[in-house]
Design a protein around this ligand. Structure first.
Ligand code: BES
Ligand code: ZN
Length: 388
């Protein structure tokens, strides 16, 4: 019996390994000149165009994409967004402030932040079996999150024209969510500042059915910005330039939700002044002293310099530069569209949460105090960049 189980296990492991290998050695498409890259998806109905490096993409089945996730191969699903960044019209370059200047407005807001709601929200958010974008649980968790944002808005006395929330639908069930403070300055009506996180989670072994609490990835970012949003609403925040909070669907599917929204904004000609991604804000690593990880690749260097200044002014932790080494989260979709984006993570990339994408990405490994520092960054980002 034991022998039989061992052989079965061996066969499973070999199948997974071979599937992974097949993917890496498959014919690839050179993004720089291959005309097939621009072809429609008609002969490839069930396949997706998956970019695995800066210059290559391959048509893959869902099973092959699952193989990438299992083998920790980095990818972006560019099937529907092959023109992302090609229509972008260069807006006049906005300079970021030399120094933060709205302490009087930011400080009382920050003082109203609390871990209480973050904990309560994250407990519920991690109780969905998973938040995979194609699973029914992913659709349910998205609806629950939308209801929380709506409740915060309903408890305020803003008019609908000044504070609104909407669900952004996709070709899959899990919707992205966008909450918007309408800017008061008509001269800036086409401009927006974005604070974001992704709401989906994934179990790398069984994406659709496996347990994926995604407490850190990215439940932490989700509640970090929800708490920032709550204090801004309670504080009657009224920016000159519009500010939006985004909770993306399908980041784990290859940055799908953020690409859809970035490409929509690019088509509309919206002038995105700055975008800040919050993905994994809750785990304090063991290798280095506690700090913000400031991602310095696939981001805008000037905006990144400005978030260092915000951290110095408003947070209680130092900042440490780090790199993902690839387009690891939704900031990359905005950057690809041509807009300035920045990304703060829980610490150095190599010191980040080892449990992500498994059933063990749970609350016990996280620090709410650590997350709260990121809420301070989001609040100050929204205020300082929307009044100038
Ligand atoms: N949260 C991760 C990225 C990350 C990992 C940030 C470690 C900071 C530290 C993100 O959700 C993710 O899993 N990204 C994918 C790539 C994505 C394009 C599918 C990944 O890293 O494999
Ligand atoms: Zn992830």
């Amino acid at each position: 019996m034991i022998k039989f189980l061992f052989i079965a296990l061996l066969i499973t492991v070999l199948t997974v390994l071979v599937a992974g290998l097949r993917i890496t050695i498959q014919d690839s498409i050179d993004l720089t000149f291959n005309p097939e890259f621009q072809l429609s998806n008609s002969q490839n109905e069930e396949k997706r165009l998956i970019q695995t490096s800066s210059s290559t993409a391959e048509w893959m089945t869902e099973e092959q994409v699952f193989g990438l996730i299992r083998n920790k191969i980095k990818f972006m699903d560019i099937t529907d967004y092959r023109s992302l960044g090609t229509k972008y019209k260069a807006f006049k370059k906005h300079e970021f402030p030399v120094t933060p200047a709205f302490q009087d407005e930011v400080m009382p807001l920050i003082n109203n932040l609390t871990t209480k709601y973050m904990r309560k929200n994250l407990e519920k958010f991690t109780s969905f079996r998973n938040r995979y974008y194609k699973s029914k649980y992913g659709a349910e968790s998205s609806q629950w999150l939308y209801d929380q944002v709506v409740t915060i808005v309903k408890n305020s006395n803003y008019s609908d024209a000044i504070l609104s929330v909407k669900q952004f639908p996709h070709r899959w069930e899990q919707k992205s969510i966008i909450a918007r403070f309408q800017g008061s300055d008509d001269d800036k009506s086409n401009e927006v500042v974005i604070v974001a996180a992704h709401q989906d989670s994934v179990n790398m072994w069984m994406p659709s059915f496996g347990r994926a609490p995604g407490a850190d990835d990215d439940g932490s970012g989700t509640v970090t910005i929800l708490e920032a949003f709550r204090v801004l609403v309670e504080g009657q925040f009224r920016p000159k330039r519009s500010v939006e909070f985004h909770w993306y669907s399908a980041e784990e599917g290859g940055l799908l939700g953020s690409q859809a929204i970035a490409s929509h904004y690019e088509n509309l000609g919206v002038d995105v002044i700055a975008m800040l991604q919050n993905d994994m804000t809750g785990y304090v690593g063991k290798k280095y002293p506690e700090a913000f990880g400031i991602v310095v690749d696939f981001v805008d260097p000037d905006l990144t310099e400005f978030i260092r200044k915000l951290i110095k002014s408003y947070a209680q932790l130092p900042a440490r530069n780090t790199k993902c080494g690839y387009a690891c989260s939704d900031h990359a979709s905005w950057r690809k569209a041509g807009y300035p984006s920045a990304f703060a993570i829980e610490g150095a990339f190599e010191d980040s949460n080892p449990y992500i994408h498994t059933s063990n990405d749970v609350l016990d490994h996280l620090s709410f105090e650590h997350m709260l520092e990121f809420s301070k960054l989001s609040v100050s980002f929204a205020v300082e960049l929307s009044h100038i």
